[in-house]
Design a protein around this ligand. Structure first.
Ligand code: NAI
Length: 374
């Protein structure tokens, strides 16, 4: 007898929740979804249909698949309707108290083995689980925006998450075609943490007088699809600043996560990037690669390699996992461990030593090699 198809719950039907609901529905899972805001509930089916219709128009989806996906979606008006769910994913407001409160209600409704997953970007999973009667059923399933297109999902258990729940959440999510990478319950998980030096070192170069065009052109020449400053322009300098400040605070104000004044100045000036019409580079494109492009790329990649080794040293992940996450989550041409193999350890360590020697005193610790790298 084949086991019944797991039922997925999604709570919060904003940017992420609606996309997450679509991912599981498209893979044939029944999805029960809701939002605290009635207009978000009432418009959810139409919004998902529009997203699916765009894929049909682009030739990426058949009409039959569009109809099949929509038929899996049930919009609920109450949390009691989530009782049959095997896995509930919350994508509500990024506030610890709101997420805890929601999970507290859900654990009285779900079966004892029902999994509670959070899509949080910045709240420790163990903090969301704290105070629940069964914290072992809580873990993070962190999707990337837009969930339907981004292949990566970071799976972050906390110390008490049950292996059985970790495995079940992974198996169900892999059936949607996503690549699920396990990572520790640490700030920024893998991608948002290991990406910090991509922006940070570009801002350090900017502070030293390099132009945004030179910096981005160097990374394009090294195989990156977007340079770091163009990526800030795409994401929004305000979003990037908030993420940088959040990481800096979460990591005890360590200089590896230094908030560079140039980023704060962009936000203060309203030069947020594409959304405001003016960014570090936007609306311009990077010019030709400078003569020292390879040196710039080695510098930025050395700091990416170092950050990845610091994360690795904290446990709960693997070099392969980090590489895959960075390729899929950021469209990087190679992960940090692949970059290490490309450049060789001596070149990376020499680069870090040179940067350490040249850095102003408060920033020297940015370049201290991680235990597994030195
Ligand atoms: P959003 O603001 O687009 O959507 C949040 C939705 O949740 C809204 O429709 C709101 O009405 C609803 N909501 C708020 N409190 C609720 C509650 N107590 N019960 C039910 N519904 C409630 O937010 P977005 O961007 O979709 O983010 C959701 C979560 O996903 C956050 O935790 C965020 O940090 C995380 N995330 C966001 C990413 C992004 O790029 N936007 C990427 C990865 C994670």
């Amino acid at each position: 007898m084949t086991p019944p198809t797991p039922i997925i719950g999604v709570i919060g039907l904003g940017t992420m929740g609606l996309g997450i609901a679509q991912v599981y529905a498209a893979a044939g899972f029944p999805v029960i979804a809701t939002d605290a805001h009635a207009p978000a509930r009432d418009s959810a089916r139409d919004r998902m249909d529009q997203a699916l219709a765009a894929r049909v128009s682009a030739g990426k989806l058949t009409e039959a698949a569009r109809a099949a996906t929509l038929s899996q979606l049930t919009i609920a008006g109450t949390l009691a309707e989530f009782a049959p769910c095997d896995l509930v994913i919350e994508a509500i407001v990024e506030e610890r108290a709101a997420k805890q409160d929601l999970f507290r209600q859900l654990e009285t409704i779900l079966r004892p083995d029902g999994i509670l997953a959070t899509n949080t970007s910045s709240i420790p999973v163990r903090d969301i689980a704290a105070g629940l009667a069964h914290p072992a059923r809580v873990l993070a399933l962190h999707f990337f925006n837009p969930p339907s297109a981004m292949k990566l999902v970071e799976l972050a258990p906390h110390d008490e998450s049950l292996t059985q729940h970790i495995n079940t959440a992974r198996q169900i999510t892999e059936k949607t075609g996503k690549t699920v990478i396990q990572c520790p319950d640490r700030p920024g998980f893998i991608v948002n943490r290991c990406a910090r030096p991509f922006y940070g070192e570009a801002l350090a170069l900017l502070a030293e007088g390099r132009t945004p065009s030179d910096i981005d052109a160097a990374m394009l020449a090294a195989g990156y699809r977007l340079g770091p400053l163009s990526l800030v322009d795409l994401i929004g300098a305000d979003i990037n600043l908030a993420a940088t400040r959040g990481m800096y605070a979460a990591m005890g104000n360590h200089p590896r996560y230094h908030v560079f004044p140039a980023l704060e100045a962009q936000v203060a000036a309203g030069h947020l990037g594409r959304k405001s019409g003016q960014g570090f580079l936007h609306p311009a494109q990077p010019g030709p690669a400078p003569a020292d492009a390879a040196e710039i790329a080695l510098r930025i990649e050395s700091t990416l390699i170092n950050e990845a080794h610091w994360l690795l040293a904290e446990g709960g992940t693997t070099p392969d996992g980090i590489d895959t996450a960075m390729r899929l989550g950021l469209n990087f041409p190679r992960g940090p461990f692949e970059a290490l193999a490309l450049h060789g350890r001596p070149a990376v360590l020499q680069t870090l030593a040179r940067l350490h020697a040249a850095a102003p005193q408060p920033l020297k610790a940015r370049y201290t090699p991680a235990p597994g790298l030195a």
